[in-house]
Design a protein around this ligand. Sequence first.
Ligand code: ADP
Length: 499
Amino acid sequence: MRNRQTISNALKTESLNIIFASSEALPYVKTGGLADVGAALPAALRRKNLSVTSFLPLYSQINQAKHFIKPVGKEISVPISDRHEIAQLYQAEHEGVTTYFIAHDHYFNRPGLYGTQEGDYPDNAERFIFFSRAVLEGAKALGLKPDVVHCHDWHTGLIPLYLKTAYAADFPNVASLFTIHNLGYQGLFWHLDWHLLNLSWDYFNFRGLEFHGNINFLKGGLYYADLLSTVSVKYAKEIQTPAFGHQLDGVLRDRTADLHGILNGLDTIEWNPGSDPHIAATYDITDLGGKQACKAALQKEFALPVVKKRPLFAIITRLVEQKGLRLVAGILEKLLSGPVQVVVLGTGEKEYENSLQGFAAQYPDKMAVRIAYDSNLAHRIEAGADIFLMPSQYEPCGLNQMMSLRYGTVPIVRATGGLDDTVKTFSRKTGRGNGFKFKAYTEAALLKQINKARVLFEDKPGWRTLMKNGMDGDYSWDRSSKAYIKHYQQLKKIMQEKR
Ligand code: ADP
């Protein structure tokens, strides 16, 4: 009986064909957590026997030789306004997932993915209308027969609408799932870009793409996708309230029955202190010895005094208000007046870059800052630090707190979104919990948790319990990918019943 059930489940998942449309994915290109998900979720689905095909823009930042990216020998013609743009398809394989790349030099051969230090590219509407349609034109040209097109964030928010309009005949009964990774980034463009879409003005209304007189790509996903998900259970609730809804909470309340929170996982092979090739010494829950070597190596790398006793705080982030940088800037003076060390890795807004560098100059033996995007260094910091600060204003899921937990680096987080779902306050009495968290978005609330952590840091057995509690957690995609499969199956069934 058991066997038969396993076989029938396997057959069910094998017959699911998913197209994954996202604007970035590892190992090819990454600016944030979206790229981690864009790689790890398809790979996890493949391991469960689904057929997954991904689409990405062929940005000039992608190293074609390194990833064995080859032309497919197929050309697609993508309608934009009153003309057609021609693009070439390229292809590569990674962990059983085929990724097709859309090559178009004018749109994707640029110094940044979305813009430069001066701001977003002024033609981002055109670039991502093009990409969204190119995914569907590409799928058509390749003869793909998806059950579900899984779209991610505003860059692909138009695909659910195109599936119901211009491509309805090409893809009858194909469902769409739209995942919100961050509601704060919506793809807002002025109405004069409408002609680029080749859609009737009927869709430019309150119950469509219109948003305060502008075009909102994300809203396309929210209205027209057959099912919605976001990256934690708490964030799914938060975004239906005005405080977190970025003025789209009403739309999300309208769709509350179709909106599901599914926590992201980590790539647990890439982020494994037991086998990480980037760190000074490997370690695991049964033998934490290597972590001290990682701390010493990190202190050396950042030219900080190599001392065991001082708690080493770390931050790895985009330096933007969302990540709680205002709070961090506000408490640093007080934090640095004590016996601590702080390392920061990040890039972002000039104001924060300058203020952090100012503190590092003022306290050279306590604080060091690297203004850079450096994935290998992120591994070394996760392994070498004692405490990770993540006081985000809002955090859809957050990956760094999970990486920290896995590396025995204790997170101090604000109780919001995925941070609230993954971090449980440590209790000395019960020995349960894996970090520290606070509710109010204030410097005082953050400082209070920092002080609690500093006190516990002195209690070595207590601290070790706390570290191990974190390292013991399951942060893999296994559980979350099952939740996605359930929704794909549900969508396929609904579509079959419609036939
Ligand atoms: P978000 O996607 O909002 O930026 P997440 O926590 O979901 O936040 O994911 C951020 C990802 O980007 C993590 O993998 C983090 O380690 C990485 N990251 C952010 N900034 C840097 C940086 N400067 N250098 C290296 N990795 C970074």
